[in-house]
Design a protein around this ligand. Structure first.
Ligand code: CUA
Length: 340
């Protein structure tokens, strides 16, 4: 893995794909510099070689040259294809979320980042993650567009009102890295940032243990589902089952009234809570009331986490727990798991 931290003005590279982004970037610079130098040198060379020695002298005209045409078609083709393929590979690696990620929720808000871990810990303008672990951020915003940007990881993604976006990374060295909002979002946009702390697994476990959580997102979602919002009155099963069965639904294709099918992902669940009449599951009546305006983005995130957990999708697991050797208690057991 190349280290580009020696380049002045270049942020440290601290994620598994940082070097790929840098390599592509340096390739683009190298190609541009190479042709810029050739063109400028040629300008000066011909400038002098063909300076006017004799009044009205004109060189012979050239009428086409097949080898030359082939040459200047083939070379740009190869260059543009390498740029395209390089860009596509880097893009694919960055935006294809891998399996077995540790999942963290992020909610942007003028002008702060609110973070919640699968084990319930919350932080503001800080993000603690273990080194060498794939981390997926599921992000949305309470108000306007923001953009979650960690230069050292060479990754960023817009955070969009009304939908979920996600990004992933695997931090490769422990340290403290800057976190920015990279989308102008109002008066204090420039202050909307913080730090990412990449820690060794053991330190991260200790951090989790020292930051005793209140409810995990799954527990919070269950509480909303059964008590505060009363979703359970229609969705809990039994004779009162009037709403779609939610157990096992996550990640599956569901058939809608009208014959379409959709994948029941985070986005679908969120939409179903806010706009239930939009995509009704086949076999059910569109009787569910909307919860738009009644739930915050943070509560939606918790509901989504809970509904995921009904399908045995943990995703939100914390680190694999290592028993603490110094006699203190280990990190709280993960309750975000499956099999409710
Ligand atoms: Cu949030 Cu700029």
């Amino acid at each position: 893995m190349q280290d580009t931290s020696w380049v002045p003005l270049f942020p440290e590279g601290a994620s598994s794909f940082a070097w790929e982004v840098d390599a592509l970037y340096f390739y683009l610079i190298a190609v541009s510099a190479f042709f810029a130098i050739i063109v400028v040198a040629a300008v000066f060379y011909f400038f002098i070689k063909y300076r006017e020695r004799e009044k009205f002298a004109t060189p012979p005209e050239i009428h086409g040259s097949i080898p030359l045409e082939l040459f200047w078609s083939f070379v740009p083709f190869v260059i543009s294809m390498t740029i395209f393929l390089g860009g596509a590979i880097v893009y694919y690696n960055q935006y294809k979320i891998p399996e077995d990620t540790m999942e963290i929720f992020v909610v942007g808000k003028q002008w702060m980042w609110k973070v919640q871990h699968g084990t319930g810990q919350r932080e503001i303008n800080e993000l603690h993650v273990p080194v060498g672990r794939k981390v997926k951020l599921t992000m949305t915003t309470e108000d306007v567009l923001h953009d979650f940007y960690i230069p050292a990881f060479r990754t960023k993604a817009d955070v969009v009102p009304g939908r979920y976006t996600s990004l992933w990374f695997e931090a490769t060295k422990p340290g403290k890295y800057r976190l920015f909002c990279a989308e102008y979002c109002g008066l204090n946009h420039s202050g909307m940032g913080g730090w990412v702390y990449v820690m060794e697994q053991r330190d991260f476990d200790n951090w989790l243990a020292g930051n005793l959580s209140n409810q995990t997102p799954v527990q919070q979602g269950q509480d909303l589902f059964t008590n505060k919002l009363g979703c359970a009155s229609c969705h809990a099963g039994g004779q009162n089952q009037r709403g779609a069965i939610l157990e096992g639904i996550f990640g599956k294709e569901v058939k809608l009234v009208g014959g379409q099918t959709v994948i029941a992902d985070e986005e679908y669940i969120r939409n179903s809570i806010l706009n239930p009449a939009g995509q009704v599951v086949e076999g059910y009546q569109p009787i569910m009331p909307t919860f738009k305006g009644q739930v915050t983005e943070e509560q939606l995130v918790a509901l989504v986490a809970y509904i995921k957990s009904l399908s045995g999708q943990s995703g939100t697991t914390a680190a694999p727990m290592t028993p603490a050797t110094d006699g203190t208690t280990a990190a709280p057991a993960n309750t975000a798991g499956a099999g409710k």
